[in-house]
Design a protein around this ligand. Structure first.
Ligand SMILES: Cc1cc2nc3c(=O)[nH]c(=O)nc-3n(C[C@H](O)[C@H](O)[C@H](O)COP(=O)(O)OP(=O)(O)OC[C@H]3O[C@@H](n4cnc5c(N)ncnc54)[C@H](O)[C@@H]3O)c2cc1C
Length: 506
């Protein structure tokens, strides 16, 4: 079914009186699966629980977040998605949307109450070397994109772990190895193809649906199902990358160069990018892992100034695996190989942000170590890390220069502070939730005490008990609400899609 623009206008203006309809009780999921099966009869796109492929298709990156959808729908085209969404809207069927399933929050990319749309069949990657763009199907993992682009000598702003899905990553913002140079990954998307709640397929780019374009740059799954993203490509291939690991004794020496990198280094030399990560596994000494990336080959015996303090041995490292490589996907693929399905652990993330301050970084680090200490012995499988990642001037400049301004609401540089914890037993879930709550209450209080709390919460690292959308600022909330009412007036993506971060006040 293709829905015309005039029907779309009637629906979006509310003239069809559909807002009342959204209050109806959802249909029985088995009935929904049967209806879907009839619509796609004989095409093998609706996988019931009894089907041999169900278990493989259902597997989630985080085993603890794997649910039991009544059936799994595997579209191959945007038209398939359109027909299914129109059916779900009409019959009030609960559904969940999944790209790479790397969002650990339970219920975000699966459901126990309905149909899982697994987008993995939308795996197109079409590179246009004349226009320096690539069209990427919404079900791709970044590894597939890198496999296509690396041999052509070009790069996109994708995930630093190649196993992550393109959709969740891009709809939340996207921090890439190239972000210090080119900004948010989502600000590098020139066109989104999206299926709206009424089944219409539209394109949001700088010429049409510009209001929606801005909201897709950070607004997550609230507006529709994106079926493809068209991204800018850059002529980057040979580069330097790797990981430097520091023992506990070296950690105190890292904060001064980290602060310098954040406040001046990343702007002075945006070719350089690091992921500064502090790790504490139960029973193991504390360590720090600083992942390195430089967009060109470097002379490792005389590295660029900005990189030097982290790799030249002046801060003793017990491992230094930085090398010149080809194919920008090579390091993400090395990480991705390690994270592929399916972690046996349970996991939660939490995030906040602060303004750069060396002493505050040290305070946050000590707080994190101290607050987590008791859990190391009491929680089986406890593993804990905290990262401090800058969102610098280049992000803001790119946002300001990009049509369809993103809704993230960042107007000054800040540092994203995110914790990522793992543990083994479901019986410890509540304790771990309380641990994160306690830790972040203390971190925010420490930042506020020195006037350095920033408020912004990066959606892609948002915990299940957070709602990063509430931190995008009043004007962006108003924008998102307006655009939501225009493109999804029945709030299908707020009610029938149960998981995900929702726009407050809808
Ligand atoms: C190992 C690992 C490494 C990571 N590395 C990075 C990194 O380098 N940089 C960074 O910024 N983030 C990173 N992240 C965070 C990551 O960006 C988010 O977890 C992101 O949501 C994952 O996207 P996904 O498609 O795999 O997830 P999914 O769980 O499939 O989807 C996430 C959310 O998006 C919705 N969604 C998915 N597809 C669509 C669609 N087509 N249309 C509408 N809604 C959709 C889902 O319903 C869900 O709510 C990493 C995460 C992990 C686990």
């Amino acid at each position: 079914m293709h829905i015309s623009a005039s029907t779309f206008l009637l629906v979006s203006s509310g003239l069809l009186g559909l807002s009342e309809a959204s209050k109806r009780t959802p249909k029985n999921p088995q009935t929904c699966c049967n209806l879907l099966n009839q619509k796609f009869h004989g095409q093998g796109k609706v996988v019931m629980q009894s089907h041999p492929d169900y278990t493989t298709l259902n597997a989630h990156w985080l085993a603890a977040s794997q649910l039991s959808p009544t059936c799994i729908f595997t579209p191959k085209t945007a038209r398939d998605v359109s027909k299914a969404v129109a059916l779900f809207s009409h019959h009030h069927c609960v559904f969940a949307i999944r790209s790479g399933s790397h969002m650990p929050n339970k219920g975000f990319s699966s459901t126990d109450n309905g149909i899982l749309i697994s987008l993995s069949g939308l795996d197109e990657v079409s590179y246009d070397r004349h226009r320096h763009i690539v069209k990427v199907g919404a079900g791709n993992r970044w590894t597939n994109v890198y496999n296509h682009l690396d041999p052509k000598g070009v790069a996109v702003l994708g995930s630093r772990d190649s196993d992550v899905g393109v959709s969740g990553f891009l709809l939340g913002g996207g921090i890439s190895f190239l972000s210090n140079k080119y900004g948010w990954s989502s600000d590098n998307v020139v066109e989104y193809e999206i299926v709206l709640a009424n089944g219409s397929i539209i394109k949001a780019n700088k010429y049409q649906h510009v209001d929606l374009l801005g909201c897709l740059r950070g607004g997550s799954s609230n507006f529709g199902i994106v079926t493809s993203f068209t991204l800018k490509t850059y002529n980057i291939n040979a580069h330097a990358a790797g990981v430097v690991r520091y023992a506990q004794s070296s950690v105190p020496q890292l904060f001064t160069p980290l602060y310098n990198y954040i406040v001046t280094g990343q702007d002075a030399d945006p070719n350089y990018h690091i992921i500064p990560n502090f790790i504490k596994d139960a029973g193991q000494p504390h360590r720090a892992t600083f992942t390195q990336f430089y967009t060109r080959e470097v002379d490792l015996s005389n590295p660029p100034l900005v990189m030097k303090p982290f790799v030249d041995g002046s801060i003793p490292a017990y491992n230094n695996f930085v090398a010149n490589l080809t194919g920008v996907g090579s390091l993400p693929k090395a990480f991705g190989g390690g994270s592929t399905l399916s972690s046996p652990f349970r996991s939660q993330w939490h995030v906040t942000s602060v303004l750069a301050d060396e002493q505050l970084f040290r305070t946050i680090h000590s707080l994190w170590l101290n607050v987590s200490l008791p859990y190391e012995t009491s929680i089986p499988g406890f593993s804990n890390s905290i990262a401090m990642q800058p969102i610098g001037n280049k992000y803001i400049q790119t946002t300001n220069a990009t049509p369809g301004r993103n809704v993230l609401g960042i107007t000054a540089p800040l540092v994203v502070i995110s914790a990522n914890i793992y543990w083994s037993n479901a019986s410890d879930d509540t304790t771990m939730e309380l641990f994160l709550k306690d830790l972040f209450t203390k971190i925010k209080a420490a930042a506020a005490a020195v006037g350095k709390a920033a408020g912004y919460e990066y959606l892609n690292y948002g915990g299940v008990n957070q709602n990063p959308l509430t931190q995008y600022g009043h004007n962006n909330l108003v924008r998102m609400r307006r655009v939501k009412r225009k493109y999804d007036p029945r709030n299908v993506f707020g009610t029938l899609v149960e998981g995900g971060f929702k726009i407050p006040g809808i």
